[in-house]
Design a protein around this ligand. Structure first.
Ligand code: ATP
Length: 211
């Protein structure tokens, strides 16, 4: 699972998903748009539009799947609930992984039912540029005794462990940067797929602010 607001999806997400799948030998990576983000402001673009951009971005890539399960849940979209539903679907023996970028990882100790995340899945932290910040005490406590050093050790169990992973491509692209450029009417070419750019244009999303 790679969850996110995907507001909008960009090449940083997509390369991470592909490289994560390869590095861990996963059957597939489910990209799961967050319907109501618990820890940040509501995105300016609807969940349905963010899902639609995700779908056009991954069309034709068999290893990646768009998963809309959070759109059907009321209230804040807690990852603990999403992982519980994936665990129920895949059964107790399947190896499940929740991947998060290092920026999101730094806040993991504050997440709703953070301990439950490890009941249902492994957590894999994708290192991003600028990831040297010290870990907050709540996070240190949460991950104590869970960290493993290798993919092999991680995949020996269905869940419960933590691995920090450096993927081959580390792109300093963020959705914030993409939104800022779109709001100014600046080019976002090569930051995200052309199909997504066309979707944004066709649906008048992230319009430049009028003066
Ligand atoms: P924003 O700028 O709006 O905060 P974002 O670009 O960080 O957005 P999210 O949808 O919040 O994107 O991210 C979903 C997940 O993907 C998070 O775990 C985030 O850390 C990770 N992620 C985002 N951008 C990258 C990137 N360039 N490389 C690796 N992981 C990324």
């Amino acid at each position: 699972m790679l969850g996110g607001t995907f507001d909008p999806i960009h090449h940083g997400h997509l390369r991470s998903a592909i490289e994560l799948r390869e590095a861990l030998g996963l059957d597939h990576v489910r990209l799961i748009p967050c319907h109501q983000p618990p820890h940040r402001e509501a995105p300016g673009v609807s969940s349905e539009e963010r899902l639609a951009m995700l779908e056009v971005a991954i069309a034709g890539e068999p290893g990646l799947m768009a998963d809309d399960r959070e759109l059907f849940r009321e209230g804040p979209s807690y990852s603990a609930d999403t992982l519980a539903s994936l665990r129920a679907e895949y059964g107790p023996q399947a190896r499940l992984v929740m991947a998060i970028g290092h920026d999101a990882f730094l806040k993991l100790g504050e997440w709703h039912a953070a301990e439950r995340l490890f009941d249902d899945a492994h957590v894999v932290v994708i290192e991003r540029p600028d990831h040297d910040a010290p870990l907050p005490p709540a996070l240190e406590a949460l991950i104590a005794g869970r960290e493993v050093e290798t993919v092999q050790a991680l995949m020996a169990r269905p869940g419960g462990q933590l691995l920090r992973l450096s993927l081959p491509t580390r792109m300093a692209i963020s959705a914030t940067f993409v939104r800022e450029r779109l709001a100014l009417g600046d080019s976002v070419r090569y930051l995200l797929p052309e199909t997504v750019i066309r979707h944004i244009e066709a649906h008048d999303l992230y319009r430049p602010q009028s003066e």
